[in-house]
Design a protein around this ligand. Structure first.
Ligand code: FE
Length: 199
């Protein structure tokens, strides 16, 4: 028996991971040692461009998002590739230790990469914390909170009187009575099963 529902009981957060020339949204972040130079682990999908960058760069930063974060930040970093757009042109950032961090966040951690462990689908990057600060006191967004409120956070709106199909991952809206066979979301690439009907 392998009931994967139990995995949803692991608390994860919502972060913007940045490194030189790119970044993405991640939820799997953990402090894995204590002391003055704690180690921070972050997992990134192998197919993400950010993963490629993290294999040649020596640093990364994590900006911690709060529950009131502007959904555009999640859209920009979560549903686009830095292969296609310059994410840093669309979101206000500041530079710390040569890495862009997100201004609209609770704060940030900048780490020096000390280890990379590649698995089938993801790479676990381990970094030593070298810089960190807080911008404000605010409630951090958990991944569970995001899942529960993402329609509001991403400000998904649909036109009245039309049948709409909304991608539950990124908020992309398709209009039509039925989704075409083999439909994939043009924004995030996920399949029909991720779409919810709205009338
Ligand atoms: Fe999508």
């Amino acid at each position: 028996m392998k009931n994967l529902d139990i995995l949803r009981k692991i608390s994860q957060g919502m972060y913007v991971l940045t490194t030189q020339n790119g970044g993405c949204i991640v939820d799997a972040v953990s402090q894995v040692s204590a002391g003055d130079n704690p180690l921070i682990a972050v997992s990134v999908m192998n197919k993400n461009y950010t993963n490629e960058l993290m294999k040649v760069n020596d640093k990364f930063a994590l900006s911690i998002l709060d529950e009131k974060v502007n959904g555009e930040i999640i859209k920009t970093f979560g549903f686009n590739s830095a292969r296609d757009i310059n994410k840093f042109e669309k979101v206000k950032t500041e530079e710390v230790e040569g890495v862009n961090i997100i201004s609209d966040s609770i704060g940030y951690m900048v780490c020096e990469i000390i280890d990379r462990i590649q698995n089938d689908t993801h790479t676990l990057f381990i970094g030593k914390l070298i810089e960190a600060d807080m911008f404000k006191e605010s409630k951090e967004m958990t991944y569970a909170y995001y899942q529960e409120h993402k329609e509001d956070i991403l400000k998904v709106t649909t036109e009245n009187g039309k049948t709409a199909w909304v991608c539950m991952a990124c908020g992309y809206v398709y209009y039509g009575d039925e989704l075409p066979e083999d439909f994939v979301c043009p924004v995030c690439g996920l399949g029909k099963e991720m779409f919810k009907k709205k009338e």
